[in-house]
Design a protein around this ligand. Structure first.
Ligand code: NAI
Ligand SMILES: CCCCC/C=C\C=C\C(=O)C/C=C\C/C=C\CCCC(=O)O
Length: 253
């Protein structure tokens, strides 16, 4: 799918990878509706994007991916403002393994994209008035390899990979023009990785050593992979892993 003239919704688009995903879609001519729970940063990013890509090509709405009501409102607004919904990027996610965080992490990282994928299918499938489209779920290489320093994080991403592959195999969806892909980045230069030094894993020193060993990508390198999955219509059910040390690999099954 060429993204020029298409409508895209990106969750967690205020900063980090979500901002880079929104940016690459805008650069290629899409209209972007991004959501985030962080209103302050979301508004700053909106202003920056409007100055570069035009006042009427981008919109921000404060919404929490753990709320069905807020996300339904987001999808309603996005579809009507964009004039059609063709790309959904389920990006919002967090780290945090402590007693106070692990259940919230599952709510955001696993239940959030499942909630939004279900909405996306409903809004995009042709038999329900949509025009077809692509969902890209943002998982992680942590969902493909064991990770002793973030077991709940990795579990959430492994669950997301298999959920995404499973809905990609649903013929009712494919026959109505909806494809689903999963992007699995390794470490990229965002607040999520910076926060490891603040104790978001089970072992700060060991986690930082792993980051050092694997290397850190720029957000632009990861955004190029997102663009590839969105634009290549032959890819349904694809799981694309990318890291600084190993480059880009489509996971074979
Ligand atoms: N940075 C990295 O090394 C990697 C990140 N990822 C994934 O990429 C995604 C984006 O992460 P980063 O950009 O690195 O992190 P980040 O912390 O820079 O950005 C995450 C964004 O999600 C938003 N967010 C958090 N909870 C939310 C909620 N309940 N509802 C709506 N928005 C919410 C935050 O406000 C923030 O703007 C996450 O799913 C993460 O797991 C995957 C692999 C590598
Ligand atoms: C070390 C746990 C960190 C948890 C949260 C912070 C950052 C998240 C980054 C990622 O999602 C991706 C990076 C790696 C996950 C951990 C291990 C996987 C193996 C490393 C690799 O070869 O990519």
């Amino acid at each position: 799918m060429k993204v020029d003239g298409k409508g895209a919704l990106v969750t967690g688009g205020a900063q980090g990878l979500g901002k880079a995903f929104s940016k690459i879609l805008l650069q290629n001519g899409a209209k972007v509706f991004f959501t985030d729970i962080n209103e302050e940063v979301g508004k700053t990013t909106l202003t920056e994007f409007q100055q570069t890509y035009g006042q009427n090509n981008v919109r921000f709405f404060k919404a929490d991916v753990t709320s069905t009501a807020q996300m339904k409102e987001s999808f309603d607004m996005a579809k009507s403002w964009l004039g059609g919904l063709h790309v959904v990027v389920n990006n919002a996610g967090i780290g945090g393994e402590g007693d106070d965080m692990w259940e919230k992490l599952i709510d955001i990282n696993l239940k959030g994209p499942i909630r939004c994928s279900r909405l996306a299918v409903d809004y995009m499938r042709r038999d329900k008035g949509g025009e077809g489209g692509v969902i890209v779920n943002i998982a992680s290489t942590g969902g493909l390899r064991p990770n002793p320093y973030g077991p709940v994080y990795s579990g959430s991403k492994a669950g997301l990979i298999m959920y995404s592959r499973s809905i990609a195999a649903n013929q009712e969806y494919t026959s109505n023009g909806v494809r689903v892909c999963t992007l699995c980045p390794s470490f990229a230069d965002t607040a999520l990785v910076a926060n490891i030094s603040k104790g978001t894993t089970t072992n700060t020193e060991a986690a930082l050593a792993l980051v050092n060993q694997v290397g850190i990508m720029t957000v632009e390198e990861v955004a190029d992979c997102l663009h590839e999955l969105v634009t290549d219509d032959s890819k349904n059910g694809a799981v694309l892993a990318v890291s600084k040390h190993q480059g880009k690999t489509y996971v074979p099954f």
